[in-house]
Design a protein around this ligand. Structure first.
Ligand code: GDP
Length: 445
């Protein structure tokens, strides 16, 4: 039995989200499904210790949030460049912060932000986000009755140009700039060493610039490991649990998600998400090759062979794959929520579409995601789904690149692309393995 779901609606207008600013009014939507409705057995927070840690963090955040007495006092210390914590016990009771500054695309940002949050939980810091206008309406405030947004005021301008605050030696400093972007080889060994964590502990402001999911490495640090084992008896769901807690779609985002989901996906017995991310190929030269590999993976793994009513959601910058899949997956509803053509930084409506796509993918039952893509990691991580990872050799090249690999991930956890070297002590049972798609990367198991 084959049912084609509202196919004509999408064929007439594949881009249901308009390409610039003029979004439909979210108040017109019927909110019959709730965010996080599709909760698999993986997704429940299964550690009472994590729940009580989160509740304690919420109280702490409320006390230390922007404009609180502690916040004003600590910002004053930063501006006057005086760390009173040794001489003034009242100041020592004030709050310590980690200020997250986004780097790179939305997937990268969400992964590094989740890492920063876990670090904040472990070190008793308050997590604040230094979002620009392109990020402000994507998520709901995660912590009840408080804000995580760093206020835009004269005293916080200093965070916008944090390079002026660069210190390597954290001892007795008021702030420490932690720069953890991709392609910085063996970067920040300082940060990932236990003995240096002791020194960073007393620094009130930790300013983090990162696009990396550095969270797995925290499990390799003896100072954090006992607490992490208590918080996460199941390491395969760390991002799933933290991500669902932190990233809840805003009212506007939820309007787009729920409308699309109800119109095209809700009636299917099985939803299949296909995320196609092609790097370094702005002209689409490799589209036929990539398509060939996507179809071969679908066939080999029997992804469309099962009986029942299925819907395919395609997420890609390009519309070419959607068109091809419509032709190749005859009798199955194929849908795409946006076709942005190219990646853009600093654009709120572009980021909104990316978030909608990631969230819709996370609501799918089966996922095929692209190797190396943090966009795909967020989708399968939030969904708690072990994806088929499509690894296409020779991307962007002219040849056919040989046989593409398409294998099942060991877990729904994202990959830390660029970890510092780690010498595994003898007899140590490692909490991480090499990633399926990135040879030098590591992921939790
Ligand atoms: P990565 O580069 O694949 O690791 O993922 P990132 O999310 O960090 O950066 C890619 C950016 O390109 C996204 O944040 C989006 O802005 C855009 N993008 C890439 N793929 C898609 C897609 O399938 N849909 C949408 N809407 N945007 C995409």
């Amino acid at each position: 039995l084959v049912i084609i779901i509202s196919f004509s609606v999408l064929s007439r207008n594949p881009q249901i989200i308009p390409s610039s600013g003029s979004f439909p009014n979210p108040h017109n939507y019927h909110h019959t499904i709730k965010p996080h409705q599709k909760i698999s057995s993986l997704s429940r927070i299964n550690s009472p210790h994590l729940i009580s840690k989160l509740r304690a963090y919420e109280r702490h955040h409320k006390r230390c949030q922007p404009h609180s007495q502690s916040f004003n006092q600590t910002i004053h210390q930063l501006l006057t460049n005086k760390n009173n914590s040794n001489s003034n016990p009242a100041a020592a009771a004030a709050c310590n912060y980690i200020v997250y500054t986004p780097v790179n695309g939305l997937g990268n940002r969400m992964l590094s932000l989740a890492s920063a949050f876990l670090y904040a939980l472990l070190t008793n810091r308050t997590l604040l986000v230094n979002f620009g206008p392109d990020m402000t309406d994507l998520f709901r405030e995660p912590f009840p009755n408080s804000t995580w947004l760093l206020p835009k005021q004269d005293s916080t301008r200093v965070f916008d140009d944090a390079t002026t605050l660069h210190f390597r030696d954290a001892h007795n400093y008021i702030h420490y700039l932690l720069y953890l972007p991709y392609r910085c080889r063996n970067y920040e060994k300082f940060f990932f060493r236990d003995e240096n964590q002791k020194r960073i502990e007393s620094v009130p402001w930790l300013i983090l610039h990162s696009d990396q999911y550095f969270l797995p490495y925290l499990f390799l640090m003896p100072c954090f490991r006992p607490e992490l084992d208590r918080l996460f008896p199941n390491r395969e769901t760390v991002f799933h649990q933290l991500g669902r807690y932190l990233f809840s779609p805003s009212h506007q985002a939820w309007g787009f998600i729920s409308t699309f989901y109800e119109t095209f996906l809700s009636k299917a017995d099985e939803r299949i998400g296909i995320q196609i991310r092609v790097f370094n190929d702005s002209r689409g030269k490799s589209t036929p090759l990539v398509m060939k590999h996507v179809l071969s993976c679908i066939r080999k793994q029997g992804i469309l062979n099962r009986t029942g009513n299925r819907a395919v959601l395609v997420a890609s910058l390009s519309g070419d794959f959607y068109k091809e899949l419509k032709v190749n997956a005859a009798g199955v509803g194929v849908y795409q929520a946006s076709q942005e053509e190219s990646q853009r930084l600093g654009d709120a409506s572009h980021n909104m579409k990316a978030w909608v796509d990631m969230y819709l993918l996370s609501m799918c039952d089966v996922l095929l995601t692209s190797a190396w893509s943090t966009f795909g990691y967020v989708a399968h991580g939030l969904g708690g789904v072990k994806p088929w990872i499509l690894q296409i050799p020779d991307i962007g090249g002219a040849g056919d690149g040989g046989e593409a690999e398409c294998r099942r991930a060991v877990s729904a956890e994202p990959c830390f692309h660029n970890p510092p070297d780690f010498d595994c002590p003898e007899g140590f049972v490692s909490p991480v393995v090499r990633c399926e798609d990135v040879g030098k990367g590591m992921k939790l198991v």
